[in-house]
Design a protein around this ligand. Structure first.
Ligand code: G3P
Ligand code: CA
Length: 240
């Protein structure tokens, strides 16, 4: 079972931040880091999960209505550690470049399901290529049209289709020739044999910083028996 850090080490550190990514990069044997991208008002790729900044910063409003300079002025609470700032995708490559050369992967989720952010696929694929990172990046999205655009831009790209049920991932993955299915971990509605040839990376919901860890532990062997090959976890540090 391959383990990914979901939004970095997002149980003990604020999601999608430098500190959460640095903690993840310190884990030997980690498969990769999952993160979320959107576009600012001035068309910059930024790493943030929600369409609004309200939950994770002191600001209010949609990411798409802020310039990068305005977003950079917002603070992300990090407890006793210095507050964090919203990162650009470029800054993530600066942080992760050396670990990626050693084989660590990035799963970049295009958050295009609510706002399609025209041009985001071109910007992202262009950046990944300029950074020489194509072999270490998995593109994912819940929005099939985004993934089809990525496929047109890069016939070699590794694409993972996000959805709830694994059967829906399989169906949605036809148009973009996905090599990976990214279902909700409790929605494995096909037998393992139907998933042969795909990586099956399951995502979970669950507690995020600053909520306390539950202490619960997943039975990874049971997930493997269902055909799951990888999991995205908020606490990768306790599993790897
Ligand atoms: O990629 C798996 C997972 O990140 C999808 O859900 O809401 O955490 O982005 P979400
Ligand atoms: Ca995500």
């Amino acid at each position: 079972m391959k383990i990914w850090a979901h939004r970095g080490c997002s149980q003990r550190y604020p999601e999608n931040t430098q500190i959460a990514f640095e903690k993840a990069m310190g884990i030997k044997g980690l498969e990769g880091i999952e993160l979320d991208v959107q576009l600012t008002k001035d068309q910059e790729l930024v790493v943030v999960h929600d369409e609004r900044v309200d939950r994770t910063t002191e600001g209010t409003g949609f990411v798409k209505d802020f310039t990068l300079a305005e977003l950079k002025r917002l603070h992300i609470y990090a407890g006793e550690k210095p507050s964090q700032r919203i990162l650009t995708m470029d800054e993530v490559f600066d942080l992760a470049g050396s670990r990626m050369k050693e084989g660590m992967k990035l799963n970049i989720e295009l958050k295009t399901g609510v706002f399609p952010y025209p041009g985001i696929e071109e910007k992202l694929v262009g950046l990944v290529h300029r950074r020489g990172a194509s072999g270490n990046v998995v593109y994912s999205s819940f929005y099939a049209l985004s993934l089809e655009k990525v496929r047109r831009l890069d016939p070699e790209a590794e694409i993972g289709v996000l959805d709830g049920k694994v059967s829906d991932c399989l169906f949605k993955g036809i148009g973009c020739k996905a090599g990976a299915l990214h279902p909700f971990w409790k929605a494995m509605d096909l037998p393992k044999e139907r998933l042969e040839g795909y990586r099956v990376r399951a995502w979970l919901t669950g507690h995020l910083y600053p909520e306390k860890p539950t202490g619960g532990r997943l039975d990874l062997e049971a997930l493997k028996r269902q055909g799951i090959t990888d999991v995205f976890l908020n606490e990768p540090e306790v599993y790897v």
